[in-house]
Design a protein around this ligand. Structure first.
Ligand SMILES: Cc1cc2nc3c(=O)[nH]c(=O)nc-3n(C[C@H](O)[C@H](O)[C@H](O)COP(=O)(O)O)c2cc1C
Length: 409
């Protein structure tokens, strides 16, 4: 998550039952390259100790003992000035009430008041508390230009009840933190992304497919949403979870199984889109005949009649006028030349060609290859995580999007 790299992030921890999960948030922020400062309320220190966060962040932790300590303790003004972003996770009903009403009666609320940094609140509490008139009116009172609120998840609560109030997954909080910090350079852009394999059945239990996990396309969808795009993700069968939508319309996911279904879902996603990123690995062939029932082993044919599945890009070509189109080429040899041939044959604007086979290409592994553009020199991309690669590819895409100030020339 590039937006978090080298930024100073204040993680405020308040006295909710989810305070122990803030450790995962602190660790994730550090892993993303952020400098993390932690401020804990008095109540938070009853749930977890500051030492945990000192160890995780390698920074001193501010507590309310420091707030009233004038002899060189942690100053709220100094922390406020240093912070690029404030994330309060978990945020209790009490802390929310303080922030909504401009209280500065502990270190955390004083820092928020003394800072101009954007604030991401991650409220977490029992469902009745969350739905109470007091909490909802405090939320409505927050300055929308500065405060972002990540609503709690619905699910099992510590009390044994079920409903909204749960602390979200730490990775989802990191995505929201990155989105809050910006840049939101893809705001106003709609991107269709295809990802994952497809499956072509021979009978109800046997199929033709490939080892794609959909991770590359999922990372592109994730990064695009963080950067402000509205994303329509067409996702083949995979166990890798798609990104969670930030709000209605920021991430629409269509799950498909066969290449025919992927074609139709992509067609349906195109109206109004600015770009199409085809990161899926649809099966190129399917059995010419599908047996309606499972054949017994001894009845299985020794040869399989195949036919080509539809070429999604060629079929949709008439609907792609004005869109920036990016493709992928997974090649075992002659990677760059094969990639450029595919770019030209398919009329793509951009193509990422990468070697596959053995340990390379598929799954949660670093990716490397060649970024080929129709009218520019090929860029050699050294091995990097698929999340980092996603940001790099979106940079090149944005250069071509008129909505981002780019040109489609
Ligand atoms: C066991 C226990 C669990 C609590 N869990 C929550 C919670 O999940 N969310 C919440 O808003 N308050 C929760 N509270 C209440 C807060 O701890 C209390 O309102 C406290 O004053 C919050 O102070 P702070 O916002 O300064 O951290 C809990 C209290 C106890 C004793």
């Amino acid at each position: 998550m590039r937006a978090l790299q080298d930024r100073t992030i204040l993680l405020g921890i308040t006295g909710g039952i989810a305070a122990y999960k803030a450790g995962y948030v602190a660790r994730g922020l550090r892993k993303a390259g952020a400098n993390v400062r932690v401020v804990m309320t008095d109540a938070a220190t009853k749930f977890v100790g500051p030492v945990t966060f000192e160890a995780l962040t390698e920074n001193p932790v501010g507590t309310d003992a420091d707030f009233f300590h004038t002899g060189g303790g942690v100053s709220h003004v100094e922390i406020a000035r240093a912070s690029d972003l404030i994330v309060i996770a978990p945020c209790t009903a009490t802390t929310l009430a303080r922030l909504a009403n401009g209280f500065a009666d502990n270190l955390l609320s004083a820092v928020v008041l003394a800072s101009r940094a954007p604030v991401l609140l991650v409220p977490s509490m029992h469902t009745q508390m969350w739905q109470s008139h007091a909490v909802q009116s405090n939320l409505a009172r927050l300055d929308p230009a500065r405060f972002r609120v990540m609503p709690p998840e619905a699910g099992d609560l510590a009390s044994g009840d079920v409903g909204p109030g749960r602390f979200p997954e730490p990775d989802d909080i990191l995505e929201r933190a990155a989105a809050t910090l910006g840049p939101r350079d893809l705001e106003g852009v709609t991107i269709v992304v295809t990802a994952g394999p497809t499956r072509e059945p021979m009978d109800p239990v046997r199929l033709i497919t490939n080892p794609s996990t959909g991770r590359m396309g999922i990372e592109i969808a994730r990064a695009a949403q963080v950067r402000g795009a509205r994303v329509r993700l067409v996702l083949g069968p995979t166990e890798v979870p798609p990104p969670r939508p930030f709000d209605a319309g920021s991430m629409a996911v269509s799950r498909v199984t066969t290449t025919d279904q992927m074609l139709e879902a992509t067609r349906a996603a195109l109206p109004g889109a600015n770009a199409l990123v085809m990161a899926a690995a649809p099966a190129d062939q399917r059995p010419a005949a599908v047996r309606p029932a499972k054949s017994r082993k001894r009845d299985l044919p020794t040869t399989l009649g195949l036919e080509a599945t539809p070429d999604i890009l060629a079929t949709l070509r008439p609907a792609l006028a004005g869109l920036v189109v990016m493709g992928f080429a997974a090649e075992t040899d002659d990677v760059e030349a094969s990639g450029r041939r595919k770019l030209e044959e398919k009329g793509l604007d951009l193509l990422f060609a990468n070697p596959v086979g053995g340990d390379q290409g598929f799954g949660d592994r670093p990716n490397e290859g060649f970024l080929i553009a129709r009218d520019r020199e090929t860029q050699v991309v050294m091995a990097r995580s698929k999340a980092d690669l996603a940001d790099l590819l979106l940079d090149r895409l944005a250069e071509r999007l008129p909505a981002c100030g780019g040109t489609t020339a």
